[in-house]
Design a protein. Structure first.
Length: 345
């Protein structure tokens, strides 16, 4: 590992602290080094507040120590006025010797202009350090910017014999929870990390899920449900108004109310209309939690970026078969007697 790689990895670690709060902005960390010692660090903490570079620079009282130092950052410093001033302009004010950047910013408002400003100030700039790792860290942001849609995570639980739900024609079988309590908490942690969570009509009708992060500290995701004709019961959690919710429908008679917005779309072009609408709303990522029809729609149309398949140590014998991805997982983790398979496209 080179010195530059070591400090860029430190930027990654700092950046991850913002995962719950910075979207739709990217996660960014910054480290300032002089004579082999870290003199300041910072990360982007909340959307609309100071970026990582500004936080690192402002923490230092004696700015003369920046002379001859190197500033490391995992994403190109911004060059435009948004909710905060340009970081590239701030960096250019000080006598840094070098600026080391992992990834260029795909945002068309930046896209190399931040690097150009810093170089024009006479500061040496190195780019592309651990570029692939940086893209993975900010895979939601890069997907949102480059594909003009949210980053899509498919998630479901299935039994060892490949079923995601019981045979609901068998009224005698009542217990159908598939995975253990530790994985239930992990799923709620995942929800805090994504902008939105999506389910289909049948999932709401069958399970009446809250779609909240109640078992983990953090924000609740925006709830999204599909209800083509208006089948979701009025007493369901999805319509309780406690959390902002979007319901996509073809029923023009459904009326929006507090925290519940009905959006009329054409279900013939379901994914395109939904994902375009969410992109315009600056929803950077969506975790799709089922059911089978919705998951298979994403799989069939090849519109997904990541899948998390929970395999519980249970057997149903019969029931609703889980989706098939026809590929091998990139990694598999064991949690007690259960497993989590991670797939990345």
């Amino acid at each position: 590992m080179t010195i530059d790689e070591m400090y860029i990895r430190r930027c990654f670690a700092l950046a991850e602290n913002g995962i719950h709060y910075v979207a739709p902005n990217p996660m960014v960390g910054c480290v300032i080094v002089k004579n082999g010692k870290i003199v300041s660090e910072g990360f982007h903490q909340y959307c609309g507040q100071n970026h990582a570079e500004r936080n690192a620079i402002l923490r230092v009282a004696d700015k003369s120590c920046f002379e001859g130092s190197t500033l490391y950052v995992n994403l190109e410093p911004c060059s435009h006025h948004g909710k905060t001033p340009p970081c590239a302009d701030l960096i250019a004010q000080y006598p840094f010797k070098r600026v080391v950047v992992c990834n260029l910013d795909p945002n068309p408002l930046v896209a190399g202009r931040g690097i150009e400003k810093i170089r024009n100030a006479g500061i040496e700039v190195t780019t592309g350090i651990l570029e692939e790792e940086g893209r993975f860290l900010n895979r939601r942001f890069f997907t949102y910017m480059e594909k003009q849609r949210p980053y899509i995570i498919l998630k479901w639980a299935q039994t060892r014999d490949g079923f995601m739900d019981i045979d609901r024609s068998d009224s005698k079988q009542k217990s159908y929870w598939i995975t253990n309590e530790k994985l239930k908490c992990e799923v709620h942690k995942w929800r805090t990390e994504e902008a939105a969570i999506m389910v289909g009509t049948q999932t709401v009708v069958n399970d009446n899920p809250q779609l909240s992060s109640r078992l983990w500290y953090g924000k609740n995701p925006l709830r999204i449900a599909l209800d083509k004709t208006g089948r979701i019961p009025e007493q369901s959690f999805i319509l309780d108004g406690s959390t902002p919710t979007i319901i996509y429908t073809e029923n023009r008679n459904l009326e929006s109310k507090e925290n519940i917005e009905y959006v009329v779309i054409d279900f013939e072009s379901l994914l395109n209309e939904i994902l375009t609408d969410l992109w315009h709303r600056k929803i950077q990522s969506v975790i799709v939690e089922g059911g089978l029809k919705l998951l298979n729609t994403f799989i069939t149309e090849n519109v997904w970026d990541e899948a998390r398949v929970l395999i519980g140590n249970k057997m149903f014998g019969k029931g609703l078969a889980a989706p098939l991805l026809n590929t091998v997982p990139n990694s598999t983790n064991q949690v007690d007697d259960d497993f989590v398979c991670h797939y990345y496209k």
